[in-house]
Design a protein around this ligand. Structure first.
Ligand code: F3S
Length: 758
């Protein structure tokens, strides 16, 4: 049978050191240890024989004696008390444990909520907690952390014998809960190495023997790790616990040992196993020989025993205790996985040197500065910059710690992202790249914004956004898959809603605001009056004159000033006016168009009761049918046509009702009268026999004509005595019908008539 001892089996550096210090201390009696020096009953017994007395309380120690502090350490208060009691203290606390104690105390003093992953009942854990005045939360599972209410600033430590995978899971849980998380990997590398070596060996052998105290946590974990491979595993304290039956039929058995197991004990176990194997072979030979010849058997047995001895090999000697480099490792300040603060002391194109308080400066290679490709380290860092870095390796081949800014940034970024995601908060990030289906943004890690979440409306050219800094919301994230999906559209939607509500609250009718024409329709234009909030500028509110189509007045993209005409919060509608912001053409109307003046205008509309004539933009007057000509007119188009330019006389102006009464007849009449006056009387006389009154005055004397004139005279009289337009009640009724036909939405014909005239 082959027996192989795993690498890194047995005494670790810390235990070796503690045992040595305790041995030396026993030279001066009395000497005490508060609790067992290490978790190995045999070693404790050996030390006890040399005079080291294990006590449970300091009161058991005689003043003047020596107290050896166990490798797991003691709370600071216990050491203080020992000194007060007159004991000389020999501090054999493992430096790795000491570092965790120091960190805990320091971080608590800095205001961090310190969480220690470990076994709350383990002396090492109690010592770390005690070194920080009890202000350390001990958690033994990620589930416990999920339930834990954490403060914004958290620091995470681990018991030195913790499983690294478990520690990582705990860190991931806290990353999602704490705003700032400082992670200190205080797991002892000796433990990790021992575990890894045992695991590797367990996969190769048919059985594993794990040596160490049953009270040793790291030995129990070692046995668990071996068992997890499926290989039969036996946890023993001494060689006396070995059972030869365990190895029956096995050709290869592995041995490992916990950190508190001395080398001599491992050697004893291996020796015993070899002896057992020898005995087994011997017994087998005896049986074989007895089956053949009794006398020859004994000789053969001896010969066979000499030929096939049990084979014992050792992959490596427990390296740590005697390792010459141990002293150098005695006071480490960093471990792989730590995130520490540093200051840049030198930058070249390819790397940056960072002082992190270690014995030598750490190196960040260019590729570890950011997740994006970096052309030169100088583009990212400058001498004097302070930053957080992740410890990749404690030392490279030249003794420098190998650091990563990228990983430290990512750790922080995930914390920020998780918090932003949970609270629905906005984060800012630059757009860095166009990729298939969207854009990439730098959120400390690579973030993806789908094209559909780039803007409130679909955008075709995504390249235009590269280099912009956006406000974003986290839609989904998966740290394990390094996946973050963000949205700018959600932010824009929220801003739009907020702005809209604000506008609805603050906008007042009559206010003039800046706007931009966004869309045209047949009935008006939609105008953005800020942050995407749009109001409707109806075609009827675009100009004082009639507008056939909105495009006659505005175009998309025009920047205009508009007046708020109305705000309907319930229906979320804002009505706007443009003409209200323009000079009113009716100002000084009586000066521009005094009664009696003759002006030119364009016929814009013909209605049954007359013709509308535009004098200028926004000013239209009515030529009543009776004022169209010096004769009876049945229909306006007998005299004028739409679009025709005519001369009209202003016969009435009503600025309040915005009405102007015009007359074509009165422009023509004086001309006719003048013509009549200039004709010589002889002419009339000469022609008198042939000319009748009817010839001279046409149908002026017809009954109908006389009646018309009478009516008109009355209207003009009424017009001059009342502030009414020339339009009679009959006309208004007709106009109302016309207006109602033109504005079917209007309910009252009177209002429609008003509108038609206005
Ligand atoms: Fe120290 Fe690591 Fe041993 S913490 S006591 S060297 S297992």
């Amino acid at each position: 049978m082959q027996v192989t001892v795993a690498e890194h089996a047995g005494f670790c550096f810390g235990v070796q050191r503690a045992v040595k210090m305790a041995m030396e201390a026993t030279e001066n009696h009395p000497v005490y240890c508060l609790g067992q020096l290490i978790h190995n009953p045999q070693v404790v017994q050996e030390l006890a024989e040399k005079g080291l007395k294990v006590i449970d309380d300091l009161s058991e120690a005689a003043p003047g004696g020596t107290l050896v502090v166990r490798s797991h350490g003691l709370p600071a208060s216990a050491i203080e008390e020992a000194e007060k009691r007159g004991l000389q203290v020999v501090n054999a606390t493992c430096p790795f444990v000491g570092r965790a104690q120091k960190l805990a105390a320091q971080l608590v003093a800095e205001g961090y909520q310190v969480i220690l992953i470990g076994d709350p009942g383990h002396p090492e854990v109690r010592a770390i907690v005690g070194s920080a005045d009890g202000e350390v939360i001990v958690a033994n599972s990620p589930e416990m952390l999920r339930q834990l209410e954490v403060k914004p600033e958290v620091a995470l430590l681990a018991q030195t014998t913790q499983d690294f995978a478990q520690f990582q899971t705990c860190a991931a849980v806290l990353l999602s809960k704490a705003r700032e998380l400082r992670i200190y990997n205080t797991i002892c590398t000796a433990t990790e190495k021992r575990m890894a070596a045992a695991l590797e060996l367990a996969k190769k052998v048919q059985a594993m023997i794990v040596i160490g105290g049953k009270n040793s946590a790291n030995t129990r974990r070692l046995a668990q790790v071996c068992r997890a491979t499926g290989v039969p595993t036996y946890h023993i304290e001494t060689e006396d616990d070995l059972d030869p039956q365990w190895f029956s039929g096995f050709e290869h058995v592995g041995v490992t040992a916990g950190a508190s197991t001395p080398k001599w004990m491992i050697e004893g176990v291996v020796r015993k196993m070899m002896e057992m194997e020898e005995q087994k072979v011997q017994q087998a030979n005896e049986v074989e020989a007895s089956a053949q010849l009794q006398e020859e058997a004994a000789d053969k047995e001896v010969a066979q025993a000499g030929e096939a001895p049990a084979e014992a090999t050792q992959e490596a000697q427990p390296a740590e205790p005697e390792d010459a480099n141990m002293e150098a490792q005695a006071f480490p300040t960093i471990n792989p996985g730590d995130i520490v603060k540093g200051k840049v002391v030198q930058v070249t194109d390819d790397e940056a040197m960072v002082d992190i308080g270690y014995k030598s400066e750490g190196i960040i290679h260019k590729g570890e500065l950011a997740f994006r490709p970096v052309t030169s380290a100088k583009d990212v860092l400058s001498v004097g910059d302070e930053l957080e870095v992740y410890v990749e390796k404690v030392e490279d081949g030249e003794g420098n710690p190998v650091l990563s800014k990228r990983k430290a940034d990512a750790a922080r970024a995930w914390v920020v992202l998780e918090e932003a995601h949970q609270k629905g908060e906005t984060i800012e990030a630059p757009v860095i790249e166009r990729v298939k289906g969207g854009l990439l943004v730098d959120v400390g890690v690579r973030g993806f914004v789908p094209a559909s979440h780039v803007d409130r409306r679909f955008v075709d050219n995504l390249e235009q956004f590269i280099g912009q800094v956006w406000k974003l919301k986290v839609l989904e994230m998966d740290r394990d898959r390094n996946n973050v999906v963000l949205s700018r559209k959600v932010v824009l939607d929220e801003e739009f809603e907020a702005r809209k509500q604000e506008l609805y609250e603050t906008l007042k009718a009559g206010e003039i605001v800046d706007g931009e024409v966004k869309r045209l329709t047949d009935f008006g234009a939609f105008v953005d009056i800020g942050s995407g909030v749009e109001g409707l500028l109806h075609v009827s509110e675009m100009a004082f004159s009639r507008v056939d189509h909105p495009s006659d007045v505005v175009s998309e993209g025009d920047k205009i000033k508009v007046m708020i005409l109305g705000v309907d919060k319930e229906r979320e509608r804002i009505s706007l006016g443009l003409k209200q912001t323009l000079p009113d053409p009716w100002d000084n109307i009586t000066e521009k168009y005094p009664e009696g003046s003759v002006v030119e205008g364009e016929v814009t509309r013909l209605v049954d009761f007359g013709a509308f004539v535009k004098l200028e933009d926004g000013i239209e007057g009515l030529v009543h049918i009776s004022q169209l000509a010096n004769r009876n007119v049945a229909k306006p188009d007998e005299v004028v046509q739409s679009g025709e330019t005519v001369k009209v006389k202003v016969i009435s102006v009503d600025p309040e009702r915005r009405r102007i009464g015009l007359s074509i007849r009165e422009v023509e009449q004086p001309a006719k009268a003048a013509q009549a006056e200039s004709r010589p009387a002889a002419e009339y006389q000469q022609s008198a026999p042939e000319v009748t009154l009817g010839d001279l005055f046409g149908d002026l004397f017809t009954e109908q004509s006389a009646e018309a004139d009478n009516t008109e005279a009355k209207e003009v009289e009424a017009e001059s005595s009342e502030p009414e337009n020339a339009a009679s009640a009959e006309e208004e009724s007709t106009e109302a019908e016309t207006a109602a036909a033109e504005n079917p939405e209007e309910e009252g014909t009177e209002a429609a008539a008003e509108e038609a005239q206005e």
